[in-house]
Design a protein around this ligand. Structure first.
Ligand SMILES: [Zn+2]
Length: 131
């Protein structure tokens, strides 16, 4: 991790105060500059069935330049003051890679490729002719 950064919303290097809850989740989207979508599962109790149901919570979180979390990273997010209309979490640190998530993404991409491939491959032209 870098020692300094110029990110004004960085909880480590600048004065962004975090408070309240913190969660551990997986980054599912990190396309936007300094914003990541983080998801985690929580158990929701349903009294009628006396059972827990798995639900997903998804938030937008500030992704400071010194953290720079990527898709598939496991991160700790902390609640902070609203940074924009939809952002009131900040990524505090990366703790690892969610291999399950990355494997699933990989499979989904492969499935997508095979689905959209309409014509059979015709790239078996002999290369040694040009030699
Ligand atoms: Zn920083």
């Amino acid at each position: 991790m870098k020692q300094t950064c110029k990110d004004q919303h960085c909880p480590l290097h600048n004065s962004l105060k975090t408070h309240g809850r913190q969660f551990k989740g997986t980054v599912t989207e990190a396309k936007a500059q300094k914003t990541a979508t983080v998801e985690w599962q929580r158990l929701h109790y349903i009294p009628k069935y006396e059972r827990y149901e798995q639900r997903k919570t998804r938030v937008k979180a500030h992704n400071p330049e010194c953290v720079d979390a990527q898709k598939g990273d496991i991160v700790i997010v902390k609640e902070c003051r609203p940074l924009s209309k939809t952002k009131h979490f900040v990524i505090a640190e990366k703790t690892g890679k969610d291999v399950t998530f990355l494997a699933r993404e990989h499979l989904l991409q492969q499935a997508h490729v095979t689905e959209t491939k309409v014509q059979p491959e015709q790239n078996t032209e002999d290369k040694h002719e040009s030699n």
